[in-house]
Design a protein around this ligand. Structure first.
Ligand SMILES: NC(=O)c1ccc[n+]([C@@H]2O[C@H](COP(=O)([O-])OP(=O)(O)OC[C@H]3O[C@@H](n4cnc5c(N)ncnc54)[C@H](O)[C@@H]3O)[C@@H](O)[C@H]2O)c1
Length: 256
């Protein structure tokens, strides 16, 4: 028995990092999965990995900042698998590393378009589908940066803070219709992008690792576990919740 047996799921940004780990775990736990991804090669590779493990998945070329792509992502899922039960809205844009007054407008707009508006566009299409079928579970990926504020990441932090408020609002609106909406906020996760970056900047690496009480980064799989539980019926009374999965980065590991 898998946690997601007989369910149909979507993972946005499912071609790499946390999204890839989530798509693979969804499939291992029994779900049929749409890998919605902007990068066709990455998306198709994950679909092939799932198929090689005996799972069922499709790739849908999606840029979550484009309403037409997002509508097509949900329509294709319904047409292919006959429903939609669980989602991880995971795709995001990083947003430049600079102080607030030095950030350019284009970077701000692009970050908001993918990281905040993209989540809203996805939720809008997913909720409409779930209302037709009687419910479902949506897990949006936030960040600890959206909870505490993060120097040099103003657009990203603001967008992730918005994801949290948006998710709580929608959770209140659709709870009676059987749609649960939760957020997972990761701390630093050792995705390929993060690992490459930290290799090039060893001084940042030590600071980043030491910012976590566990003195290590998390793995994409550790985030996927939380998302999958929230997507499953095992979390049936949980909605509007912000689950922090951060190796203790929000708790102080030292006295002042
Ligand atoms: N890695 C971390 O340390 C960390 C920490 C906190 C939160 N997060 C959040 O976790 C999520 C996943 O991050 P990750 O580190 O695994 O990212 P990643 O860069 O490893 O992978 C992101 C995937 O999303 C795809 N993507 C990017 N823009 C897209 C778009 N507009 N439409 C569709 N797909 C798109 C990329 O092609 C890529 O495959 C993000 O929401 C991120 O903000 C990550």
């Amino acid at each position: 028995m898998g946690l997601l047996d007989h369910k149909v799921g979507i993972v946005t940004g499912g071609g790499a990092g946390i999204g890839r780990a989530t798509a693979l775990l969804f499939a291992r736990e029994g779900a049929k999965v749409t890998v919605a991804e902007r990068d066709p090669r990455a998306g198709q590779d994950v679909v092939a990995e799932i198929a090689a493990q005996g799972g069922d998945a499709i790739f849908v070329h999606t840029d979550v900042s484009l309403p037409g792509d997002v509508e097509a992502m949900v329509e294709r899922t319904l047409a292919e698998f006959g429903g939609l039960d669980c989602v991880s809205n995971n795709a995001a844009a990083g947003g430049g590393y600079t102080r607030t007054a030095d950030l350019d407008e284009r970077t701000w707009d692009q970050t908001m378009a993918v990281t905040l508006k993209g989540v809203w566009l996805c939720m809008r299409a997913e909720i409409r589908a779930m209302l037709q079928s009687g419910g479902g579970s949506i897990v949006n990926i936030g960040s600890v940066s959206g909870m505490k504020g993060e120097a040099f990441l103003s657009a990203y932090s603001a967008a992730k803070g918005g994801v949290i408020s948006l998710s709580k609002t929608a959770a209140a609106e659709y709870a009676e219709q059987g749609i649960r909406i939760n957020v997972v906020c990761p701390g630093g996760i050792a995705t390929d992008g993060m690992t490459d970056y930290l290799k090039r900047a060893p001084e940042v690496r030590d600071r980043t690792v030491n910012a976590h009480a566990m003195k290590r980064l998390g793995t994409p799989e550790e985030i996927a576990e939380a998302v999958t539980w929230l997507c499953s019926d095992r979390s049936s009374f949980t909605t509007g919740h912000v689950m922090v999965v951060d190796g203790g980065s929000l708790v102080k590991s030292h006295a002042i």
